[in-house]
Design a binder for this molecule. Structure first.
Ligand SMILES: Nc1ncnc2c1ncn2[C@@H]1O[C@H](COP(=O)(O)OP(=O)(O)OP(=O)(O)O)[C@@H](O)[C@H]1O
Length: 251
């Protein structure tokens, strides 16, 4: 199944016949089987599906954190295939923003230092990285927490700082795994709003969510079952109808 609302333009994120198998023989687990997906500039795609259907695997492959058994993943038209580990790491730092369930804030760095870190690792001057970090903290409403260390922040505050780190700088592909997990529902909505705004400004977004009302922020929803795309909505009334079927509230 091939999904794109931007036919013609190079998608910012593309999965071509991506398969990921763990183990082999009788005990092999087929986490993802022949998935095709294109996400263009200005598109926010939600991924839904039951536990074990392959959602996290899809996101990890899209982010270059895992390697397909077959098929390939391209970011901005560049395939991870054949790139050195250093080149993959550089591409990930420059183009990709991740919001994962695991917050991974560095405990010995303040909030603003954590957010500035990816830019500094990429060679940005400290002053430039810091001002971009402050802007990203402002976007998530956490600029007043800039000088706090992670253990001085609540779970929700840590999550918002982690989101600021994912959004800092000119990221073109935003990947989010249940970005609202540790947040109250009001903040969760504002996070989706934030992702939506970045995508409207030209990024491509891929969000794994269990909540239909969060998926309702997306342009398309891709449903996975047993590692296969079993359904996909387009923009328009079809989205609301399918989300109603999925059992949640619509926006
Ligand atoms: N490292 C691994 N080794 C073996 N099997 C794995 C591994 N990682 C994932 N799997 C299996 O691959 C399948 C897909 O897992 P995945 O975590 O992608 O699903 P998911 O849809 O994200 O689930 P959840 O909603 O529970 O997070 C599952 O059957 C899982 O047990």
């Amino acid at each position: 199944m091939n999904e794109s609302a931007n036919d013609g333009a190079t998608p910012l994120l593309e999965l071509r016949s991506v398969t990921r198998t763990h183990g082999d023989g009788a005990t092999a687990v087929h986490a993802l089987r022949g998935v095709d997906l294109k996400v263009g500039s200005g598109e926010l795609v939600a991924v839904m599906g039951p536990s074990g259907s392959g959602k996290s695997t899809l996101l990890n492959l899209a982010g270059g954190l895992d390697t397909p058994t077959a098929g390939e993943v391209l970011v901005g038209g560049t395939s991870f295939d054949g790139l050195s580990r250093t080149a993959v790491a550089a591409l990930r730092r420059r183009a990709l923003g991740y919001v994962f369930q695991d917050l991974n804030l560095v405990p010995s760095l303040t909030a603003v230092e954590n957010v500035a870190l990816p830019l500094e690792l990429d060679g940005a001057r400290v002053s430039v990285a810091r001002s971009a970090a402050v802007a990203a903290l402002e976007e998530t409403g956490t600029e007043h927490l800039a000088s706090r260390f992670p253990d001085e922040l609540s779970g929700g505050q840590q999550q918002r700082v982690a989101i600021a780190r994912a959004l800092v700088g000119p990221r073109t592909v935003l990947l989010a795994d249940e970005p609202t997990g540790a947040l109250d529902s009001e903040t969760g909505e504002s996070v989706m709003h934030l992702l939506r705004r970045r995508v409207d400004d030209g990024a491509a977004g891929l969000v794994v969510t269990h909540e239909a009302r969060h998926a309702a922020w997306a342009d398309r929803v891709v449903f996975l079952r047993d590692g296969i795309v079993v359904d996909a909505t387009g923009p328009g009334p079809g989205l609301g109808a399918l989300l109603d079927l999925a059992g949640g509230d619509s926006r």
